[in-house]
Design a protein around this ligand. Structure first.
Ligand SMILES: *Cc1c(COP(=O)(O)O)cnc(C)c1O
Ligand code: SF4
Length: 350
C-alpha cells in the first residue's frame, strides 16, 4: 500500500548515522571518558592514565557498544583499557620486538618475506589495542611523502619476484579513498603483481568504513583481493560487522582473520572455538593465531608457549581443519611466520 515507505525505511536502515570519519573523530580518546562509558569507577583511573601516557586510549563508539557495561573483565574492554601493568618494565619486552627497523628498503616499506612486501600506508589506527606490537613504532619516520611513495612504487616495479602488495599500518583504511584509489591504480599497473592484500581492523571497529567510495576502488582493480581482518573474540562480530563483510565479499574480496592469543581475552578453548565458528558465519576464514610479540607494556597479556600449544591442540580436536588458525610467532630474521609447534619440538628431548 505504501511502497515509498518500504523504500525509505530500507534506506534509513542502511544509512550510517555519521560517516566513518565523523565516527573516527568522535572516538573516545582518554581514560576518564572510557571508564565513564563502560560504567567503571575511578579506582581504575590511575593505572589507566599511566598506560595512556605511553600509548593513548582510542576507542570508537561502534566498538564500545559491544562492551558489557560494568564488567572490568569484558574481553573487548581488556583490549583497549590501559592498566597499571603497562608501565612496568619486564625483562625481554622491548620497543621493536620484530626488528623491523632493519628491513626498510624505502620509507614505509618492509620487505622481509619472498614474493610479498608490506607497505605502511597509514601510521595511525582507529582503535589502539594495548598489546599492539607496533605501539612504539616510529611512524613519523614512515609517514611517506609523495616523493617517498614514488620511490616505494619504483622498488615494487623493479623487483619482478614480487607477486603481492600488502597494505598495512597502522591501519591502511584510515587513508582517504582518493589516496587509496590512486595507490591501487599504481599497483594495478605493475604487471608482475597479482594480488592486493589489506591488513586492517577498520571494518571491525567502524563497520561504516566499508562504504561506496571504498567498494568502488576495490571493485575496479584487476588484482585479486585478500583482506586480513583482526578479530580476537566472537563478541567483536555484531550485525554491522557481518553486513560490512557481505559488502566486501560482494566486491570480490577473500576474507581472512588473524587473532592474537591474549591472556584474559581469548586464552580458552571454548572462546577460540566460538570465535572460529562465528568468523565462518560472517564469511571469514581463520588464518593466524599469533602468540604475543614481546613488546614493552604488553607482558600481562602473555600466554606461555607450552600453554598456547596445548590450547591449540585441543582446538584442533574441536574444529574442522579449515576453521583451525595456524598458531605462529614472529621470529626476527625468519623468512616466514614460524609455527609454535616447530619451536616446541626442537626443545623436546628424544
Ligand atoms: C606477516 C608479514 C607478512 C605476511 O606474511 P604471510 O605469512 O604471507 O601472511 C609480510 N611481510 C611482513 C613484513 C610481515 O610481517
Ligand atoms: S589495529 Fe592492529 S596495528 Fe592498530 S593498534 Fe590494534 S593491533 Fe595495533
Amino acid at each position: 500500500m505504501q511502497p515509498v515507505q518500504t523504500i525509505s525505511s530500507s534506506t534509513v536502515d542502511r544509512a550510517p548515522e555519521q560517516g566513518w570519519q565523523a565516527q573516527l573523530s568522535g572516538a573516545i580518546r582518554n581514560p576518564k571518558a572510557l571508564l565513564a562509558a563502560v560504567g567503571l569507577d575511578e579506582r581504575w583511573l590511575p593505572g589507566a592514565m599511566g598506560g595512556h601516557e605511553a600509548f593513548e586510549v582510542r576507542v570508537p563508539q561502534a566498538y564500545l557498544s559491544r562492551i558489557q557495561k560494568g564488567n572490568p573483565d569484558d574481553p573487548l574492554l581488556r583490549q583497549v583499557l590501559p592498566l597499571a601493568h603497562e608501565t612496568r618494565a619486564v625483562a625481554g619486552y622491548v620497543t621493536d620486538p620484530l626488528e623491523e627497523a632493519d628491513h626498510t628498503p624505502a620509507a614505509g616499506l618492509i620487505h622481509k618475506y619472498a614474493a610479498r612486501v608490506l607497505m605502511i600506508t597509514s601510521g595511525a589506527c582507529a582503535i589502539n589495542c594495548r598489546y599492539c606490537f607496533r605501539r612504539h613504532f616510529p611512524y613519523e619516520d614512515h609517514a611517506a611523502s609523495r616523493a617517498q611513495w614514488h620511490r616505494t612504487l619504483d622498488y615494487l616495479r623493479d623487483d619482478d619476484s614480487l607477486i603481492e602488495a600488502i597494505l598495512s599500518g597502522g591501519d591502511p583504511l584510515l587513508s582517504s579513498d582518493t589516496r587509496l584509489a590512486w595507490l591501487v591504480g599504481e599497483l594495478d599497473a605493475i604487471p608482475h603483481l597479482k594480488r592486493l592484500r589489506l591488513h586492517t581492523r577498520l571494518p571491525v571497529v567502524i563497520p561504516d568504513r566499508v562504504d561506496d567510495a571504498m567498494l568502488a576502488w576495490l571493485s575496479s582493480t584487476r588484482l585479486q583481493k585478500v583482506m586480513v581482518l583482526h578479530i580476537n573474540h566472537a563478541n567483536e562480530i555484531d550485525d554491522a560487522v557481518v553486513q560490512a563483510c557481505v559488502k566486501l565479499k560482494g566486491a570480490g574480496v577473500t576474507l581472512l582473520n588473524q587473532s592474537v592469543l591474549l591472556r584474559g581475552v581469548n586464552d580458552d578453548v571454548e572462546v577460540l572455538r566460538t570465535l572460529s565458528e562465528r568468523l565462518f558465519e560472517a564469511g571469514i576464514l581463520p588464518y593466524y593465531l599469533h602468540v604475543l610479540d614481546p613488546v614493552a607494556g604488553a607482558a600481562h597479556f602473555d600466554v606461555p608457549d607450552h600453554e598456547a600449544h596445548q590450547l591449540h591442540d585441543r582446538l584442533r580436536e574441536a574444529l574442522p581443519g579449515f576453521l583451525l588458525p595456524r598458531l605462529v610467532r614472529e621470529v626476527p630474521g625468519a623468512g616466514a611466520k614460524t609455527p609454535v609447534e616447530a619451536l616446541d619440538a626442537s626443545l623436546t628431548p628424544n
